[in-house]
Design a protein around this ligand. Sequence first.
Ligand SMILES: Nc1ncnc2c1ncn2[C@@H]1O[C@H](COP(=O)(O)OP(=O)(O)OP(=O)(O)O)[C@@H](O)[C@H]1O
Ligand code: SF4
Ligand SMILES: [Mg+2]
Length: 401
Amino acid sequence: MTQTDVTPASGSERGTSGPILEVSNLTKHFPVRSSGLIRRTIGQVQAVDGVSFQVQRGQSLGLVGESGCGKSTTGRLITRLYDPTSGSMKFDGREIATLNNKQMLPLRSEIQMIFQDPYSSLNPRHTVGTIVGTPLRVHKVVPEKQVLNRVRELLEVVGLNPEHYNRYPNEFSGGQRQRIGIARALALQPKLLVADEPVSALDVSIQAQVVNLLQDVQKEFGIAFLFIAHDLAIVRHFCPEIAVMYLGKIVEIGDRETLYNRPHHPYTQALLSAAPDVKQAAIGGRRDRIRLEGDVPSPINPPSGCRFRTRCWRAEDLCAKVEPPLLQIGKQHKVACHFAGEFDAVGEKPVPSTLAALGVNRAGDKVADATVDVESLDKAGYDDTWTDLAEHRQASAQVAG
Ligand SMILES: Nc1ncnc2c1ncn2[C@@H]1O[C@H](COP(=O)(O)OP(=O)(O)OP(=O)(O)O)[C@@H](O)[C@H]1O
Ligand code: SF4
Ligand SMILES: [Mg+2]
């Protein structure tokens, strides 16, 4: 059998129109309990706090941010390893946030996950044949007598020797183990793959090979990806759209070109300045490195207003008082910063670009009706119209007086 024999039908053939995944205002709070006999809830870890995004069919969205910002929790919510605290997740047009385990079962084959650690994610006591074959058996994808053949095909697809099906995980290198994890995820012909830092545990020399493999299977099988990484350099070549998370929230989301060439959020700028840029190095250019001071604050008690303000070199009083909305400022670009678009202003004090939208003055006091319905900003995707920051500048100057 050839590779195409295990190819599921392409995304466009199987699904209808619209995104394969639409996440709106998704929240996950983990309770923090006191120690002792009577364990009372004394707080909440706000791991994911109102995130919204879409993943288009057969496309990939990169989800990037520092350790602890809620990337894995988002991935685990989508695969329903965790139950959400609130919010909506529509998979292929169907709400899955409220489904129970039994209702989720048929959908489990359509949403698969690749884990960060290829060592702990494979059972060391099972052969590769069992690991890759189990989902085929559980979901009765092929008759029992065809399972082994299908396992061999899948191993071939991910670049492993098909005759190694009777070996154990410890007989493989880290990169090969991750390939086994990918074969297991492909076994059920998913429509969406959540790849949670799939290469960060691997040697740098192996990382590119595994990313290339993922790119190949995405193109070949038309699978949509949510590609989680802490490094902007990794997602750059994989994802045409990227979302940047900080402390449970999306702070900037946009198409790759806009996000890399003209990032508006100071956090994205800092992440980008830390990411190696081969192209720029080749022409002798280099982004100035922005070093973020301090640690990420605790998600149990996040800072008021803008969560990034304790580490932001641009922060003003307004940032502590009013949370910046995730405003759409371009065709495919949203950003949550009061000073989005204003950082290039030379020789003048930047004027917050969100004042008119929120109907507040620079001190954060309410002075007018908001021009934007902030609650409507919780929805995923992009509108046909957006806030033009050049016009906004005039409006906000009037409001601020
Ligand atoms: N099961 C849990 N119970 C309580 N808190 C949790 C749980 N899982 C995650 N958290 C907390 O939620 C926050 C987000 O964690 P998460 O693992 O999603 O971050 P991440 O962005 O994937 O980080 P990393 O890059 O280190 O993998 C962290 O503060 C973490 O400690
Ligand atoms: S809103 Fe203020 S604190 Fe937050 S990123 Fe923008 S300038 Fe920095
Ligand atoms: Mg993680």
